[in-house]
Design a protein around this ligand. Structure first.
Ligand code: HEC
Length: 154
């Protein structure tokens, strides 16, 4: 009699533990592992951020951060209705079709377009250290996010 009344209460302790273990093992499989950004790559990301915040590309004196605020992470709508997208997912949605350019463009094409059009400056060549640094920085903002070809800016 004593035995029978004790054993069910033991089971009640085991069941929540099993549920918890199953959930944790399940999450292990679903959450993708993210590599740490370090070494020369971290250096390129840091350089890209400095360029993003400070470089005017010999244009009219504004920087990327003048429109893409918060080092590129904030989406902004100005009082006169101009929209500047957050670049938090930019690296996940390129290449994409640009109606304005009437062709498929890459992240580098978009950066060059913003330097020419928005900054009034001279765009960095695709194979330049400056472009590598900017692409590295923008891509770091999308770390861990799934590729979303055909997706929309945030
Ligand atoms: C005068 C404001 C302005 C400045 C300065 C500016 N941009 Fe942009 N940027 C825009 C606008 C507006 C868009 C969205 C429309 C478009 O595609 O041109 C955009 C779009 C982008 C996109 C695509 C975002 C997405 O998710 O599709 C990237 C990447 C980008 N800019 C990078 C830069 C970089 C890097 C700089 C600095 C070299 C910069 N921009 C400077 C206004 C600006």
């Amino acid at each position: 009699m004593t035995r029978l009344s004790k054993s069910p209460s033991k089971h009640y302790h085991i069941i929540p533990s099993l549920v918890l273990i199953t959930l944790l093992v399940g999450m292990w499989g679903v959450v993708p592992a993210q590599a740490a950004i370090n070494g020369p790559l971290a250096k390129a990301v840091a350089q890209g951020k400095q360029i993003f915040l400070h470089d005017t590309f010999g244009g009219r004196g504004i920087t990327c951060n003048a429109c893409h605020r918060g080092a590129g992470l904030a989406a902004t709508v100005t009082p006169n209705g101009a929209k500047f997208p957050s670049l938090s997912n930019a690296a996940t949605i390129f290449p994409r079709y640009s109606a304005r350019a009437e062709r498929v463009i890459t992240l580098q094409d978009q950066i060059r377009a913003c330097v020419t059009g928005a900054l009034g400056g001279t765009p960095p060549a695709n194979d330049s250290l400056t472009m590598r640094a900017l692409v590295s920085y923008l891509t770091s903002l999308s770390q861990g996010k799934p590729i979303d070809m055909g997706g929309k800016p945030k």
